[in-house]
Design a protein around this ligand. Structure first.
Ligand code: C2O
Ligand code: CU
Ligand code: CU
Length: 480
């Protein structure tokens, strides 16, 4: 049996484990990009307009291709973009109304970082048939076109789309293949949360650049981290804000970095939702940890700050001297009326009781033979490690035998967290989720979920993309 003490002993050679989600050994090799903090205005990814709509569906066209972006002023960085944009354009969807996305793969056979130009599009958080889910070997080859249809018959939630190519998700996403897909409904609209210019997406990503401004990807098996912080593809930007409430749709789109978000003035903020949509009630916090692929819907009220005040959003998991400590800056530069409200009841979350589960499955996460494994095994397309039946509820318990936190993600369904290290989750994590952090060093996480609507094989994996690429992925098959 592996105990925490034995584990610590056997891991001694791996060196000190830092307080961040990945070990302190992951130091970048390049000087951070020469951009003065908070000198660039935050870019907002464009909202994509449907090419046509009908009674049931919005149709979109998306071109994948190599392009350049001016990320560092005066330099052109090669990226892989969706419709020329990095991050890709934002899709605005409505629950109950389908979206059909037609992707054209305009990449060459070999693309940036030497990765193959084939692509797999996965809409992370979507509840959709396997045929549209982006199975890791269901490839869109260079020159090919393909339509993925999303029924959006699910609770509205902040989803994101990203590449999911077997073995190459890490480099593909690093070079740009990710974007937001924000779903809403009439109920959410009627809540009168901040909207329009006051609802702002923040895609957090860290990167390394070389002296000529090109992205550098090293396929670090512990997880690729960068020394330069980007938000929506802008290096350490600033955002002019008015004295009022804002809703920020935060997505940790980083390959491997964890963030503990906090404001430099110590001010609290409200968490109103996470991956699976709105919480039952807002939760006031002074910090919030986000693992790769976790999303947070937060309200920050700048109303009590004087015009001229600046506030930084920081990642307090890293030292204050780190080049990625400062994420971005808010500059309070105007007044504005604010008729938005954050109601004390958002959207009731129907709790799944432990007693509804028909079985519990156990999964251990570890490192063996230089690969990241689940139950000691690496990915095998021909092996299925769980076979829930349609409309059954199951509990899955993950145990982490490694020195790194693993953010585990299931395709197909949203789940609820029952326990983390044996204790009930924080109120912020008590709603619908699609990523759960399984704490390092024999930490555990129990989740509960019901497999509805779709049969077939869906992946589940660690969302540190280099762990996923280095085999910390398995699949479940929902049986009829
Ligand atoms: Cu966001 Cu299977 O991933
Ligand atoms: Cu996913
Ligand atoms: Cu992992």
């Amino acid at each position: 049996m592996i105990t925490r003490r034995n584990l610590l002993k056997s891991l001694g050679t791996l060196g000190a484990v830092g307080t961040v989600g990945v070990p302190g050994m992951l130091l970048s090799r390049n000087a951070e990009a020469a951009v003065t903090s908070f000198s660039l205005p935050l870019k907002i990814p464009p909202v994509l307009t449907p090419s046509r709509t009908d009674a049931t569906t919005d149709y979109y066209d998306m071109d994948i291709g190599e392009t350049t972006a001016e990320i560092i002023p005066g330099l052109q960085t090669k990226v892989i973009s969706f419709n020329g944009s990095v991050p890709g354009p934002t899709i605005r969807a409505r629950a109950g109304r389908a979206v059909a996305m037609t992707y054209y793969n305009g990449l060459p056979d070999t693309t940036l970082g030497g990765a193959p130009g084939k692509a797999v599009i996965h809409l992370h958080g979507a509840h959709c048939p396997v045929t549209d889910d982006g199975y890791p070997t269901d490839e869109l080859l260079p020159g090919d076109t393909r339509t993925y249809t999303y029924p959006n018959n699910q609770l509205p939630a902040p989803l994101w789309y990203h590449d999911h190519t077997m073995d190459y998700t890490g480099p593909h996403v690093w070079y740009g293949m990710a974007g937001l897909y924000l779903m809403t409904d009439d109920y959410e609209d009627a809540l009168n949360l901040p909207k329009g210019a006051y609802e702002i997406p923040l895609v957090l990503q860290d990167r390394n650049f070389d002296a000529s401004g090109q992205l550098v990807y090293t396929k670090n098996m512990n997880g690729e981290t960068g020394n330069t912080q980007l938000v929506n593809g802008t290096i350490q930007p600033y955002l002019n804000v008015a004295k009022r409430k804002y809703r920020f749709r935060v997505c940790n789109g980083s390959n491997a970095r964890f963030y503990k978000l906090a404001l430099s003035n110590g001010q609290s903020f409200q968490v109103i939702g996470m991956e699976g949509g709105l919480l039952s009630a807002p939760v006031t916090v002074t910090s919030l940890t986000l693992a790769p692929a976790e999303r947070a819907d937060i309200i920050i009220n700048f109303g009590s700050l004087a015009v001229g005040t600046t506030v930084e959003l920081r990642n307090t998991l890293v030292a204050s001297t780190s080049s990625v400590y400062r994420i971005m800056q808010f500059k309070v530069n105007s007044t504005a009326t604010d008729t938005s409200v954050v109601p004390s009841t958002l959207r009731p979350v129907a709790k799944i009781a432990r007693s509804q589960a028909v079985r519990t499955r156990n999964f251990t996460l570890s490192m063996s033979m230089g690969m990241w494994t689940i139950n000691g095994k690496t990915w095998d397309e021909n092996r299925v490690d769980a076979t829930p039946r349609l409309n059954e509820t199951e509990i899955w318990k993950f145990t982490n035998q490694s020195p790194i936190d693993h953010p585990m993600h299931l395709h197909d369904i949203m789940f609820q967290i029952l326990t983390i290290n044996g204790a009930a989750p924080a109120a912020t994590h008590a709603g619908w989720k699609d990523v759960v952090i399984v704490p390092r060093m024999m930490g555990t996480a129990e989740i509960i979920m019901k497999f509805t609507d779709f049969t077939g094989k869906f992946p589940f994996h660690c969302h540190i993309l280099e762990h996923e690429d280095m085999m910390m992925m398995s699949q479940f098959e929902v049986l009829p």
